[in-house]
Design a protein around this ligand. Structure first.
Ligand code: BTN
Length: 317
């Protein structure tokens, strides 16, 4: 085996950094030879992070989506999941909505390697470059009534956190409403769109879109302060399969809202000082609870407020 393959195998064997000196000692070569080998692997397209005083770490961007692997995660589910994989789309939410109107079956999962117009909440963009993240949407038709349809997004956030905890050593946390943070950076965004028939209060359809930054580092300026990546070596197919399978398990418990206790467990909001806006006035308060409807309960000089939606800023995050 040549040095390139040996170094690659060594980097693949761990999620941690390996120092240049360790690699050099291990293979009986100079640090310069290791450095040149890493450069050559990077030129081949391997995403290898190089950090002073830590060494090298292989990120998972080279791993391609494999729908056979993903479908293997759905064997235990009652639902038949239809999987579509595309290389590049505007937005998986948009495309799935179009397909819904063309009568694609419910429980279709649409995955894209890249989105050129990924959508976030409040009309924002979701940066979705190829290779370094996963972007997918699920079309469902909930068969229950709820006064708070938005907590399906909270349920999804719990499924994502459970999956990250199962597959990595990272400690995910949920920032209200449903952003997932790791190491104080937002690594996952969730956007749920759908339609409810107001005559009957039944869901017509729901599309849950999830975007995960696995190793993205070149964020555009507007995202740089907040956005980060999981930065782990992980199989994209395993991550998607685990999330969707965990989602369906929690989804079947939806009516009793038992997932909300896990939502609170993952929440990074408790006892935090925050600022929030009500009727265009900015307030400061402290988070005291999150109820089973997903509302944020905030204590301030003016008493207790119940926030139902919107965006809050954590002071001294
Ligand atoms: C947010 O953070 O504001 C929500 C981001 C949601 C991004 C995902 S990526 C897959 C799906 N397709 C989209 O266009 N958006 C969602």
């Amino acid at each position: 085996m040549n040095l390139k393959n040996k170094v690659l195998n060594e980097l693949k064997s761990t999620e941690d950094f390996i120092s240049g000196q360790q690699l050099a000692d291990f293979f009986g070569v100079s640090r310069n030879a290791v450095w040149k080998t890493v450069k050559s692997l990077q030129n081949d397209g391997y995403l290898i992070e190089s950090v002073t005083n830590k060494g090298y770490r292989l990120l998972s961007a080279n791993d391609a989506i494999d729908t056979n692997i993903i479908s293997g995660f759905f064997d235990d589910l009652d639902e038949e999941i239809n999987i579509i994989h595309k290389t590049r789309v505007d937005s998986t939410n948009n495309m799935l909505k179009k397909l819904y109107f063309e009568s694609i079956p419910f429980n279709t999962l649409l995955i894209a390697d890249e989105q050129y117009d990924g959508k976030g909440r409040f009309g924002r963009n979701f940066y979705s470059p190829s290779k370094t993240g996963v972007y997918f949407s699920l079309l469902i038709k909930p068969d229950f009534h709820t006064e708070t349809p938005s907590i399906i997004t909270s349920l999804t956030a719990v499924a994502v956190c459970d999956s990250i905890s199962m597959l990595t050593s990272k400690k995910p946390g949920i920032k209200w409403v449903n952003d997932i943070y790791v190491d104080k950076k937002k690594v996952v965004g969730i956007l749920t769109e759908g339609s409810i028939d107001f005559e009957t209060n039944n869901f017509e359809f729901l599309i849950i879109g999830i975007g995960i930054n696995i190793s993205t580092s070149d964020f555009p300026k507007e995202f740089r302060d907040k956005a980060g990546s999981l930065s782990v070596n992980i199989s994209k197919s395993e991550l998607i399969g685990t999330i969707i399978s965990n989602f369906y398990k929690l989804y079947h418990q939806f009516p009793d809202k038992s997932f909300m206790s896990d939502y609170r467990k993952y929440s990074i909001m408790f006892n935090k000082k925050i600022t929030y806006k009500l009727n265009n006035v900015t307030y400061t308060g402290e988070v005291v609870d999150i109820n089973d409807y997903g509302n944020l309960i905030v204590s301030s000089g003016d008493g207790i407020s119940t926030l139902t939606s919107g965006e809050v800023t954590i002071i001294d995050f």
